[in-house]
Design a protein around this ligand. Sequence first.
Ligand code: NOJ
Ligand code: CA
Length: 708
Amino acid sequence: MKKGVLLFFVSIACVLSALAADTVRIESPDKNLVCRIFMNNAGNLFYQLDYKNKPVVKPSALGFTLKNPALQLNAFDLLDKTITNSDETWEPVWGEVKQVRNNYQQVLIMLKTKDEVQLNVVFRLFNDGLGFRYEFPEQTKFKHFIIADELTQFALTGDHKTFWIPGDYDTNEYAYYTSKLSEVDATGGKFAQEIHAKTSFDPNGVQTPLMMKSADNLYINIHEAALVNYPAMNLVINKGNYTFNAHLVPDAVGNKAYLQTPAKTPWRTIIVSDKATDILASKMILNLNEPSTVANTSWIKPQKFVGVWWELHVGKSSWDYSGSQVGSQQIAKVPHGANTANVKRYIDFAAKHGIDAVLVEGWNTGWEDWFGQWKEDVFDFVTPYPDFDVKELSAYASSKNVKIIMHHETSASVTNYERWMDTAYRFMKNNGYNSVKSGYVGQIIPRGEHHDGQWMIKHYERAIKKAADYQIMVDQHEPVRPTGLHRTYPNYLACEAARGNEFNAWSFGNMPDHETILPFTRLMGGPMDYTPGIFKIKLNYSPEKKEQVHTTLAKQLALYVTMYGPLQMAADLPENYEQHLDAFQFIKDVAVDWDDTKILEAEPGDYVSIARKAKYSGNWFIGAITDENSRIATLPLNFLDAGKKYIAVIYKDADNADWKNNPEAYVIEKFLVDAKTSMKLKLAPGGGAAVSIMPVGNTDVKNIKNYK
Ligand code: NOJ
Ligand code: CA
């Protein structure tokens, strides 16, 4: 027998013999999930997760390799173990639901290595999944240390169907791949990906949140919660045994994390259910984050906005003053977008339609050489171009009760941004701004650092905290993907950290299944600034421009509900909305903060239908979307108050609509509905439907028919 094969059998035998003598077992409050944590004779620690008596994660290793001190933290003596139960309910400042229940069984396992290093592992088992983290308690002989590798494994039970993007240290703006685990090929495979700063590291590497479906229909999601002072975790698959190894993003010299006791890692999360809808309803990642540290949150407001933005992406106008955008595809010169008159046009539009705010990009000097230069001093965040009158626009916006959203593109020169941050936020306050969209396009400075490494993780958090000190809300683009930190910092309204709608403007775009995958992947960590609401689907703004959005118009409306976010852009141009004011009514009406959410039906990669109850008004809104296949969305309205009548306005694809050839064909219908109504709406290929449901109240309903 070959040595490798022998070792394989020995290690299986070790694990199995250890399994027999469980160190500890915890179960979820509903008893569906069981987690066993145990040691083998060598003191190696393993965990295993079962759902309804079937293994989800087979025995999987835990531990670290340290550099300085050079130690292996993977063989332990058990010092103690403590099981506790917890059940509490808390209220988010904003969110998908009014109240969140945080109910779990926990075990704290206290360990010591032969080198006398103390390490704890905490496992929390909820009805929706498992979270576990490492803690390095304060101790006399072990203080500062450098992590070379985290040894956490996730040993899956088979060749699951997987929704994945390539592992990368710098970007998550990839199109999704759907394949078996054994078919993961992060080198690109079928798509060429057009991304500015990417750093792939392994053909078997993938990013989290990673969504999987087993052959026996278990839905499994792996991610992390509360990523603070630590690098992000990628995963590398061993295709021989379907085991993922954690792969932390390194720093400029190849180290992973610099820590000092007492220290905690982020939580590793595994959300599991036999229903896809449960995955979307899970609040486990939020529950694993710390409560809000912002004491007074009255200034934090969910909001809708329009902006001088899409016109830049479709090449109608430019960020830079000279009109010849460096690095973009623009060949002919176009006007500078952020000029005072144009911004006023957007402010007028926002004021007329009750939209809270206007984003303005390209207002400040620096855009001439921001892209791809790896230059340190590009922007100063306080010097406007000569045609952007800060004072006049602030006064104008304020007279119309509209806010202007500040834009800070850092060009990933983070050293420079950190030097300017206080001055920039003070400048905002002095001019009446209370929200900032920041951006990190390009390679990071300090050179050699990565978007998802520990240094940048600390920066994103520092920027959010500092913004909170100035009572400023934050929307970060190109940051690390979120891990629920918006619970702790509710001024962190949204971020991008995935492939947004903008890719439809200038690349091969987002395929029609993209928005059916995002809720199961990227959105598991927190809200996304996806920028929905494109009405002019074919982007023929110039004769040579051939791109189009890969959805119907009605699906763009549905995204306001299916893509949860307290910050939602109405991304298209005012003149395009003017063409379809009847459909724009849905964007005006839809809420951005919710008392309740019902996931009506969902399947990753295929379809998602969600109903949400608006905060304050009691109105309900539904979004239903499909992939490239036409489909009937079945929407029972049994969440409505029994016995009460409502008016439902349905915005749906016309019968002959489809994303490619007839994307702007929609139909608007009005019906009386109640809790007994069940709607069946036909969604076009790449299509969707949006429904607003408002209590009848005093409205005259003579001419409105019952839904049937
Ligand atoms: C990329 C962002 O995602 C986009 O929204 C922004 O317009 C550009 N960077 C310029 O900052
Ligand atoms: Ca981006």
